[in-house]
Design a protein around this ligand. Sequence first.
Ligand code: NDP
Length: 339
Amino acid sequence: MSDLILLTGISGFIAKHVALELLAAGYRVRGTVRSAAKAALVQETLKNAGGAVDRLEFVEADLTQDNGWDAAVAGCRFVVHTASPFPARQSKDRYALVPIARGGTLRVVEAASRAGVERIVLTSSVAAIYYGHDAKQGPHYSESNWSNVESSHISDYAVSKTEAERAAWKAVEAGGPELAVVNPAFVLGPMLDRETGTSAELIRTMLMGRLPAVPDITFGIVDVRDVARAHLQAMTVPDAAGRRFILCGGSLSMMEIGQSIALAEPSAASRVPKLVLPDFLVRAAAIFTGKARAAVPELGRRKILGTEAAERTLGIDFRPPQVAVAATVRSLKELGLAN
Ligand code: NDP
């Protein structure tokens, strides 16, 4: 039986940790990159992190192109599909990212199906679960919830993740590979190199004192090391097939994130956010800026994410969110990205 795994988007923040986890478990990993130049960087990073890079290979493939995917998946037993656009800025067109995210996911799932892959693990997001609901929904969310893409209060990113995940489920409905989906909250934690991805940006902005006041918004947070472990488990645990798994270690408001940064890095205590913006100010700012507009539907809405499935079926004992924040701060300092 082949021990080869296709890992799409291996240059990403999460995927590099997934690669380490898969290599440590003894698998061979074939990572997709958009350009050969990225492959050398990833190879170096994983080698420095202690990964068994003699079992690592690369292949070029782009989510927007048909070519390359059949060759990428040839001979693979499993596919872990993490690649998807995760831009820092929102587009006004909420369907802007759908062709890449949904179209790319279908290319990967269909190629995997043709190649007789056993199981696909898809990196979806809580963005496919908890956006676009009105207040009647209440604070509790589980794997049975889906984001409402028809809502006018939903980002292009959340629409892309929802549509991509829905398309994956539909594509395997009539047979083909098994599918297991992980839905991480906001992912933080140690960074393996200076290609930090989008999620560290919030912590960097706070650490550098560029966010003196924050809206009353709360995030679910999960440590990237737990996310990587969950991918491996979703791939191998028999009962994980056909299921979604919310990954979250707990929630922190933006003020609490600032306080966790200050605890981890006392020298930054004077720079972290000191003030919660009144909701009416955020609503007023929403007339002028996209960032404030995105914040409005989330104001004051603490979400409680059910993680029993990941704990029981995948066996994940989530690190608290403060640990993930502290690890992000340490990495940013060590990498010289927040000095
Ligand atoms: P990164 O931006 O670090 O990684 C994204 C990866 O996708 C990169 O490897 C990127 O390649 C690749 N990619 C983007 N567009 C294309 C394309 N057109 N063709 C091929 N590859 C492409 O993000 P993360 O590691 O944070 O995210 C990884 C996954 O996890 C995504 O699916 C994201 O939606 C999901 N996720 C992330 C969360 C977070 O907080 N970080 C939370 C929940 C889910 P390149 O290096 O060439 O740009």
